[in-house]
Write a protein of this length. Structure first.
Ligand SMILES: [Zn+2]
Length: 125
């Protein structure tokens, strides 16, 4: 399953609030630093060569800079840890949690797996 298909996955990156990211108060600063480093990596085209498509650089960088600003301005007081619980537990259909326990990585691509596996392996890269 291709995880970029938001009509299939549902909970994803189409139309979400920054507060819906699975933040925890315990390690908020570390999470925020990590997320900002991921955004910076994407802005700097980290692993763009691994994608099976060519992103529109102007649009992607503009949107990533906007996301970076939203994350930078996000404060611990806005955290609702029920979102972390939602992302990290199974649902009523007894599916795997969206965030697999222990953050396992794809041995081939070295990226963190979701409940559907590796984004690159799933798309045939
Ligand atoms: Zn993989």
């Amino acid at each position: 399953m291709n995880q970029r298909d938001q009509s299939v996955i549902g909970i994803g990156t189409v139309g979400f609030s920054i507060s819906e990211i699975p933040w925890t108060k315990r390690d908020f600063n570390e999470l925020k630093r990590f997320l900002l480093s991921v955004i910076d990596g994407a802005i700097n085209k980290h692993r763009w060569e691994d994608l099976d498509y060519t992103p529109n650089e102007d649009i992607v960088v503009m949107v990533l800079n906007h996301l970076r600003l939203l994350i930078t301005d996000f404060q611990e007081a806005f955290i609702d840890e029920s979102h972390y619980i939602y992302w990290s537990t199974t649902d009523e259909l007894d599916e795997d949690p969206t965030i697999p326990i222990g953050f396992p990585q794809c041995s081939k691509h070295k990226i963190i797996l979701s409940c559907h596996g590796c984004l690159f392996c799933n798309s045939g890269v």
